[in-house]
Design a protein around this ligand. Structure first.
Ligand code: SF4
Length: 84
């Protein structure tokens, strides 16, 4: 399992700093940061600690198993960012 960022993300990058495995991208200094509407979690790097979801004031991050049905597509969108 992994955590998943959805489109409620305000791209404040708070979660990026919170992740011990650097699973969340882009980082604030990444040139790509200005071209995407949200950050993404690499499901192969996420260790399911939940720290990012706890700190997200937008409530934009969910465990995969708790994704609201209307946000289900974001699991693939998060993975696809790292496979591009
Ligand atoms: S759940 Fe933990 S390991 Fe996974 S992206 Fe969030 S902070 Fe990183």
């Amino acid at each position: 399992m992994a955590y998943v960022v959805t489109d409620a993300c305000a791209k404040d990058f708070v979660c990026v700093a919170e992740c011990a495995t650097a699973a969340i991208a882009p980082t604030v200094g990444d040139p790509v940061a200005g071209t995407v509407s949200q950050v993404f979690i690499n499901p192969d790097e996420c260790i399911d600690c939940g720290n990012c979801a706890d700190i997200c004031c937008q409530h934009a991050i969910f465990p995969l198993d708790d994704l609201p049905p209307e946000k289900a597509g974001f699991a693939q969108k998060n993975r696809a960012y790292f496979n591009a």
